[in-house]
Design a protein around this ligand. Structure first.
Ligand SMILES: [Mn+2]
Length: 311
C-alpha cells in the first residue's frame, strides 16, 4: 500500500522534473519521467519499510513467556525485584516495562539515577528480551511536555541534580525506547492509551507509530498533544472508552495479525483494573505473566495468581 508520505514525495518530484524540462516534452522525455518515477516510488517504499520496521513497535513471537511490570518511578527496591524475577526466569522470558522509570513519589527514597543506570546495562546485556517502553516522564527530556507532581516540576528538578554528561547519556537511552509491543497472540502493550478513533482516522497506525520522532512536542498545547496525536495518546491518554479501544485494536490488527486486548500502566489503580473486556491497567503492586503461545481473547481470561500476580 502506498502511503501518504511517499505520495507527497512523488508529487514534489513530478513538479520539479516538469519545471526542469518545461513545456513541449518529447515522447522519450515523457517515457523517461514515467520510468524514473516508478523507480523512485519503489526505492522509497523499500527504504521506508526497512526504516519503519520495529522502530517504535516491537513484535513478539508466539512462543516464550512474557512478564509485564508497571511504572517504577525511581523505586530501586521494586526495580531490583523485577530484575531478580527476570534473571531467575528461563531464556525464553521477555521482560516488558511500561515506562516511567524516573521521578519518585513520597513513601520511598527516589533512586531514579540508580534505576536508570542499571536498566541501561540490563537492556545492553539482553537486547532482544528486555523491552523498556517510553513513558511520559522520559519523553519530557526528549521533546515532550514537562511533568509535574506534588507541585514540583519533576522534569527540571531531576535534571538539576545531574551532570550534562549524565543527562546526555539518559537522553540517548530515552530516544532509543519503543512505544508499543504487539504480541503474536494478540496483546498490545503501551505506557498509556488507547489511541483515539479520531486520531487514527484511517491511517496505518503501526506504520505511523514506527515513524514517530520524539522531538518537537514541548511547545505545542499540552491538551492538543495529549488528545490529538498518536504519541500523546500513547503516553498520556486516560480515557478508556470502548469506541476508542475498539478502533485502536482494529487499527493494530491491520497487518493481518489480530489484536484482542490492550495493556497499559500510567494510571494509578488499586492493583489492576479491567475495562470493558479489552483493556487492562496495571499498577506497580501487580505484574502480568503470559505464556505467549496461549490464546487470550479477553482480559477477563486473565486469572489472579496465574496471569496477574501480586508484586
Ligand atoms: Mn505516566
Amino acid at each position: 500500500m502506498m502511503n501518504d508520505r511517499i505520495k507527497k514525495i512523488e508529487k514534489r518530484y513530478k513538479k520539479e522534473l516538469n519545471a526542469l524540462l518545461g513545456e513541449g516534452k518529447t515522447l522519450l522525455q515523457q517515457e523517461l519521467i514515467k520510468r524514473l518515477e516508478s523507480v523512485l516510488v519503489d526505492c522509497l517504499a523499500e527504504n521506508n519499510e526497512a526504516a519503519a520496521k520495529d522502530r517504535r513497535v516491537v513484535s513478539l513471537p508466539r512462543k516464550g513467556n512474557l512478564k509485564v511490570f508497571a511504572d517504577i518511578h525511581g523505586n530501586w527496591k521494586d526495580y531490583s525485584r523485577i530484575k531478580e524475577i527476570f534473571l531467575g526466569s528461563g531464556k525464553d522470558c521477555y521482560l516488558v516495562l511500561l515506562g516511567d522509570y524516573i521521578h519518585g513519589s513520597p513513601g520511598y527514597q527516589d533512586e531514579s539515577e540508580k534505576v536508570l543506570d542499571d536498566l541501561i546495562k540490563l537492556k545492553k546485556r539482553y537486547r532482544k528480551r528486555v523491552i523498556p517502553l517510553l513513558g511520559d516522564h522520559e519523553h519530557s527530556y526528549i521533546g515532550g511536555p514537562n511533568v509535574s507532581k506534588h507541585g514540583v516540576n519533576q522534569t527540571l528538578a531531576f535534571e538539576y541534580r545531574l551532570s550534562p554528561d549524565k543527562m546526555k547519556k539518559y537522553r540517548e537511552f530515552f530516544r532509543s525506547l519503543p512505544l508499543l509491543v504487539k504480541t503474536d497472540n494478540g496483546i498490545a502493550i503501551s505506557h498509556s492509551g488507547p489511541v483515539r478513533a479520531v486520531v487514527i482516522n484511517e491511517v496505518d497506525l503501526i506504520y505511523e507509530t514506527n515513524m514517530i520522532d520524539y522531538d518537537d512536542f514541548a511547545d505545542i498545547d499540552p491538551y492538543e498533544f495529549r488528545d490529538n496525536t498518536i504519541l500523546g495518546n500513547l503516553l498520556w491518554n486516560r480515557n478508556y472508552n470502548q469506541e476508542d479501544a475498539r478502533a485502536f485494536l482494529d487499527a493494530l490488527s491491520q497487518d493481518g495479525n489480530k489484536c484482542f486486548l490492550a495493556v497499559y500502566g500510567h494510571t494509578p489503580v488499586d492493583g489492576y483494573r479491567m475495562v470493558g473486556g479489552n483493556q487492562l491497567i496495571l499498577s506497580p503492586s501487580c505484574f502480568l505473566e503470559i505464556d505467549l503461545s496461549e490464546r487470550i481473547k479477553s482480559v477477563e481470561q486473565f486469572k489472579r495468581g496465574m496471569h496477574i500476580k501480586k508484586f
